[in-house]
Design a protein around this ligand. Structure first.
Ligand code: ADP
Length: 190
């Protein structure tokens, strides 16, 4: 199963991606987690990404696409994957399609996790108070939401037109939302 999870910051993508990937037995590939690990490790990649992340902007496509292309060649992704936080704009979506097409593969589904702005701002501010992620200040949260609306939301139509989109309500208890996502997946894994 090759899946993409899309939704605004704070919709719970990371939490749900872990549960759903474990359920399906595929790796959870979070571009945000990979970037954060590289920032923490002080790598070249981390240095290229950090200023954009701290501002709530997207890391340039050249950097992000190369990172994902590399990650998808790892052996654990051969039988499927759950991508969380990628693609995040139409150009990345095109690149992903081309990457998969090279080996005659396609996505099986794109799950859109929906949550209203008020809910996500509240959740992100709560997380900021607990975990202190550098990009969880109120100003940067607002910028990340604007970037989502401007650059990432158009992907929903792109995938709807291709018949891949499954829209799931992201508001509710973690296990309720996980159950909704699993129920919305194509039947191969039911
Ligand atoms: P959230 O969805 O909560 O905003 P993520 O952990 O997915 O958080 O991403 C954090 C940051 O990492 C983004 O604001 C962006 O700077 C960078 N990032 C993650 N994925 C991508 C991507 N596909 N393209 C460009 N930048 C990305």
């Amino acid at each position: 199963m090759r899946l993409v999870l899309v939704g605004p910051p704070g919709a719970g993508k990371g939490t749900q991606a872990q549960v759903v990937a474990a359920h399906l037995g595929v790796p959870h590939i979070s571009t945000g987690d990979i970037f954060r690990a590289n920032v923490a490790g002080g790598t070249d990649l981390g240095q290229q990404a950090q200023q954009f992340m701290d501002a709530g902007e997207l890391v340039p496509d050249s950097v992000t696409n190369a990172m994902v292309a590399d990650r998808l060649t790892h052996a654990d992704a051969a039988g499927g994957f759950l991508l969380d936080g990628y693609p995040r704009n139409p150009g990345q979506a095109e690149v992903l399609q081309e990457l998969l097409a090279r080996t005659d593969l396609e996505l099986d589904a794109v799950v859109e996790l929906v949550a209203d702005h008020e809910t996500v701002v509240q959740r992100l501010l709560e997380r900021a108070a607990k975990e202190g992620r550098a990009d969880d200040t109120e100003e940067v949260i607002r910028r990340r939401l604007d970037v989502y609306d401007e650059q990432t939301a158009p992907l929903v139509d792109f995938y709807r037109q291709r018949g891949l989109l499954r829209t799931v309500d992201g508001v509710g208890a973690v296990d309720e939302v996980s159950a909704r996502i699993i129920a919305a997946l194509p039947s191969a894994n039911a």
